[in-house]
Design a protein around this ligand. Structure first.
Ligand code: G3I
Length: 380
């Protein structure tokens, strides 16, 4: 912890030194550009700042988005292209074209590169769903992790090794991996990743990690891995939140609990939905399918733009979150938004399709929303 604190202090000093030296140089168009405030510069002494990116950003076809990513962020996560069904579509074949481009983009821009995600029950290849034998599954996991982590050894800095392995009550999710291998699959995944790239930072990533029972499940998992001498470096709290929940205190209790076990904490999938969700409705069961809400205007109240009153609420919510993150800057290493602009967010299609949501810092024209200045002002 001390080491981290010292590093952050040094970074802060160098940042201040850099700012004063910048003040002495002649102003040119390009130095003006680099001096423009950005999330990565303003929070340089606190956290890495990043976004999840997609095909258009990686291929460079979405040029405006790419410029914004390069200006604002020093870390990237692939929103979809490294998921099992895309990268390992058949038992003996891998598809690396997009992942190679993704890693090259991160290297070119000196970014901290995240790999997302090695083992997740969702978006898994169909063939893997058919594996019912634990020895065969362990072999496939070995091949999957060795091949992918090995290919990007020394390039991908952090791996989401296992994603969403727990239920809301902290018990193990009955995924295909758990059904066939039991909890051993988690241990094996972390062991394999550590062996394939000993320098990479290895993370367990999940949503709703502020919930006390789920928190207890994560704590059990960390302790189990640690007791067996298996490397785990961090906990990714996905941070898909709403304007009203969860409570800051609950998030804070989880940050403290994970840090107390020596974990680095990352907010890996940050966004704040501005729309009503089915489970806010009285009597709505979460297990219901949500198709019946499609096209319901009460569930999509701002198709023409976010009203000022909600912009204010969004800015306040993010301010509360960032104030919390800054209080725990010694334990939190990275904040990654789940998407680049509002139009590209997955929250326009989930949990109800075809809605207009506003969960991020940049609007559909890539302009910074009021929340951006509000958050930057926290460091003034
Ligand atoms: O690739 C197909 C494409 O061929 C097809 O034309 C199109 C039609 O709908 O679908 C495409 O696949 C979609 C894929 O995203 C890529 O765009 C899937 O339907 C869609 O379900 C998938 O959603 C992603 C979801 O994970 C499931 O993988 C979201 O974009 C992505 O934001 C979301 O990210 C997850 C994190 O990985 C883990 N934590 C939760 C988070 C939000 O669910």
């Amino acid at each position: 912890m001390m080491k981290l604190f010292t590093l952050k202090s040094l970074l802060l000093l160098s940042f201040v030194a850099l700012l004063s030296s910048c003040g002495e140089t002649t102003t040119t168009a390009s130095s003006k550009e680099t001096k423009k405030p950005s999330l990565k510069k303003v929070f340089e002494a606190d956290f890495l700042m990043g976004a999840a990116i997609n095909d258009g950003h990686i291929n460079g076809t979405d040029t405006i988005a790419l410029k914004l990513i390069q200006k604002e962020y020093n870390t990237i996560t692939p929103e979809n292209i490294m998921k099992w069904m895309y990268i390992h579509p058949q038992p003996d074949s891998f598809y690396f074209e997009m992942a190679d481009k993704y890693v090259a983009l991160g290297e070119k821009n000196n970014m901290h590169i995240v790999g997302h995600t090695l083992v997740w029950h969702s978006q898994i290849a169909d063939w893997m769903q058919e594996v019912k034998d634990s020895v065969a599954m362990a072999k496939y996991l070995e091949k999957h992790i060795n091949t992918i982590v090995g290919r990007y050894k020394g390039k991908i800095n952090t791996w989401d090794v296992v994603n969403e392995a727990l239920n809301e009550d902290g018990s193990y999710r009955n995924s295909i991996f758990y059904q066939v291998m039991g909890e051993r699959y988690l241990e094996l995944a972390f062991q394999l990743a550590a062996a394939a790239d000993p320098e990479a930072s290895l993370v367990y990533n999940d949503y709703n990690l502020w919930k006390p029972k789920k928190r207890a499940g994560v704590i059990r998992l960390i302790k189990k891995l640690q007791s067996k001498g298996i490397k785990i470096d961090g906990i990714g709290m996905q941070a898909h939140y709403s304007l009203v929940g969860p409570e800051i205190k609950d998030i804070e209790n989880s940050i403290k609990a994970y840090a107390a076990l020596g974990m680095k904490v990352m907010m890996t999938e940050l966004d704040v939905t501005t729309l009503p969700n089915p489970w806010d409705l009285e009597g709505a069961e979460v297990s219901q399918n949500y198709e019946k809400f499609e096209g319901d205007p009460t569930m999509n109240p701002y198709p023409q733009g976010l009203p000022d009153s909600i912009q204010v609420k969004l800015a306040q919510r993010y301010e509360d979150l960032f104030s919390l993150y800054l209080r725990h800057r010694d334990d939190i290493t990275r904040l990654t938004f789940w998407g680049v602009n509002d139009g590209q967010s997955w929250l326009n299609g989930w949990p109800i399709k075809n809605r207009t949501n506003y969960p991020l810092f940049f609007d559909r024209n890539f302009s910074a929303k009021p929340v951006y200045e509000r958050i930057m002002a926290l460091k003034k």
